[in-house]
Design a binder for this molecule. Structure first.
Ligand code: PEP
Length: 254
């Protein structure tokens, strides 16, 4: 049976587009992207651009916002960090957890991602858990084992109701920002493996309802084919999400 088909089309700006550029982006994007009820379109701007993004989207409730990272404590002496209540207050509904740049550039560990997902759920926001293997891990035939190692510790801490709020993004590290894309068939195969893992934790029906997004050099040119894969429920787009017209084309492909 196929997965639910309300595609999720998400843009992760990484450490790009400050408030002024974010306002300009949305002027162009909203002109190119008509509101639609049959897809979830969301952006992860840098936290300092949330206010500008929120202002730009005041008449477009169809476009949602999230943050790229949080810390699990609600507040206190954690210089440089951002809490879930603060993110929610600033207009975020979604939180990326365990993005490969957090794991590989900043050394985020699996136990830390477990704590972050817990804090996001307890704070009423939606976690988008990013998982994916490196090229060496893939070449060593360990792609599924690595993804399992990132997924299972989180799944083990969620109730069935909490799992229903989760999104997963499969993002092979070797495809992020490199111009390399997993072939649609490879992406679908990994998504199938992720879905099987979700099914063994929560049952097949619940697993089918959890959106599993693909990320890794998604562009207007390859989005449609990726999104056509039976197990691909959406895309998480980095570099190409900063081009307003290009990202509108990606949204139109979903
Ligand atoms: C990302 O940042 O999540 C990502 C997939 O980046 P890119 O699309 O640039 O590969």
């Amino acid at each position: 049976m196929s997965a639910p088909r309300t595609p999720v089309l998400a843009g992760n700006w990484k450490m790009n587009l400050g408030p002024t550029e974010a306002s300009r982006f949305f002027d162009d994007f909203l002109a190119a992207h008509p509101a639609r009820a049959d897809a979830t379109v969301l952006f992860f701007p840098p936290a300092v651009s949330l206010a500008a993004a929120r202002a730009a989207l005041r008449d477009r409730a169809d476009v949602r916002l999230g943050v790229q990272n949080v810390y699990w404590e609600a507040g206190g002496a954690f210089t440089g960090e951002l809490s879930v209540p603060m993110a929610a207050d600033a207009g975020a509904e979604y939180v990326l957890v365990g993005h490969s740049e957090r794991r590989h550039v900043f050394g985020e560990t699996v136990p830390q991602t477990v704590r972050k997902v817990r804090a996001v759920l307890d704070g009423g926001l939606v976690p988008v858990l990013c998982v994916g293997e490196t090229l060496d891990e893939r070449r060593a035939g360990r792609a599924e084992a690595v993804v399992d190692g990132q997924l299972i510790p989180v799944l083990g801490t969620l109730t069935q109701d909490e799992a229903a709020r989760l999104l997963v993004a499969y993002e092979p590290v070797w495809a992020i920002g490199t111009g390399e894309t997993a072939s649609p068939a490879d992406a679908d195969a990994m998504h199938r493996a992720v879905r099987a893992r979700l099914a063994s934790a929560y049952g097949a029906e619940a697993a089918r309802a959890i959106p599993v997004l693909y990320g890794g050099s998604v562009k207007p040119e390859n989005a449609r084919e990726l999104l056509a894969q039976p197990e691909v429920d959406g895309v998480l787009v980095g570099g190409a999400s900063m081009d307003p017209r290009g990202f509108a084309r990606i949204c139109a492909a979903g």
